[in-house]
Design a protein around this ligand. Structure first.
Ligand SMILES: Nc1ncnc2c1ncn2[C@@H]1O[C@H](COP(=O)(O)OP(=O)(O)OP(=O)(O)O)[C@@H](O)[C@H]1O
Ligand SMILES: [Mg+2]
Length: 246
């Protein structure tokens, strides 16, 4: 179980303090699939990075399976089964896809078959990619999918995916949503997926709208999706009914 208790993150800007995350409290039960969505700049990535230990909150606590991990580093959190896939994954010159999957799985003798299983789940073929370097020669969508495959290989207990759909073509996206669906059905892991995609949002047990560093709304996809649409129209006077009627 993941518990966030009054989590805040503030930075100093122009002599003042800017709140990026503001008093966020949240519990995610084991095996749940929670989707964070919301406007750009709302604080989703910062929240995910705080859970992974990439950002140190300025207030509040993070508990994972009852243990306070707030002061632990990334490596220790990874050892406890927490993994995070970057919105914009880093590239590693000199490291092949096979190396990355080997490191992620912790199995020095990982078979080609197993690598192939992970890559297939993100719509890639092992024959084409295993010996490629994870460097600038890979396209944005390829590097994103390889990172997702490495998270699958890690087999963590809490998997956080930051906009897994970003830059991914429609065919691979369909494969990826199937993968999330199967992972969720298998029930072995808790998943937090940051997404703007209706198809992914609709897979969630709970959808949380993050805006201005706060949890704005939460509910089932059926409750939240119409609300998101209404909010989106509300911000544009041209599209609101009142404006249309004039
Ligand atoms: N270290 C920092 N210094 C100043 N501002 C920051 C810092 N880190 C994050 N921010 C700001 O905090 C806000 C939240 O950023 P974050 O990346 O968490 O948003 P997001 O919800 O993931 O957005 P997107 O949907 O575009 O990915 C943004 O306005 C961002 O510019
Ligand atoms: Mg983000």
């Amino acid at each position: 179980m993941l518990e966030l208790k009054h989590l805040s993150y503030a930075v100093h800007e122009d002599g003042g303090e800017l709140g990026i995350l503001n008093d966020i409290s949240l519990t995610v039960g084991d095996g749940r699939l929670v989707v964070f969505t919301g406007p750009n700049g709302g604080g989703k990535t910062t929240l995910a990075k705080s859970i992974m230990g990439l950002v140190r909150p300025t207030a509040g606590r993070i508990l994972w399976n009852g243990r306070d991990v707030t002061d632990l580093g990334i490596t220790e959190r990874a050892r406890l089964g927490i993994s995070y896939g970057f919105q914009q994954p880093p590239r590693f010159k000199g490291l092949t896809v096979r190396d990355l999957l080997t490191l992620a799985s912790g199995d020095e003798k990982i078979s080609k078959d197993r690598c192939c299983q992970y890559l297939t789940r993100v719509g890639l073929c092992a024959n084409d990619y295993l010996d490629r370097e994870v460097d600038a020669s890979l396209s944005g969508g390829e590097v994103k999918r390889i990172e997702i495959a490495s998270i699958l290989a890690r087999q963590g207990k809490l998997m956080i995916f930051d906009e897994p759909e970003a830059g991914i073509d429609l065919w691979s996206f369909a494969r990826l949503t199937e993968t999330f669906e199967q992972l969720h059905a298998a029930g072995g892991a808790t998943m937090i997926i940051i997404s703007h995609q209706e198809r992914i949002i609709s897979l969630a047990d709970e959808v949380i709208v993050v805006g201005d560093g706060r949890l704005r709304h939460r509910g089932t996809p059926a409750e939240i999706l119409p609300r998101i649409l209404a909010d989106t129209l509300g911000t544009c006077p041209v599209l609101t009914k009142e404006a249309m009627a004039q």
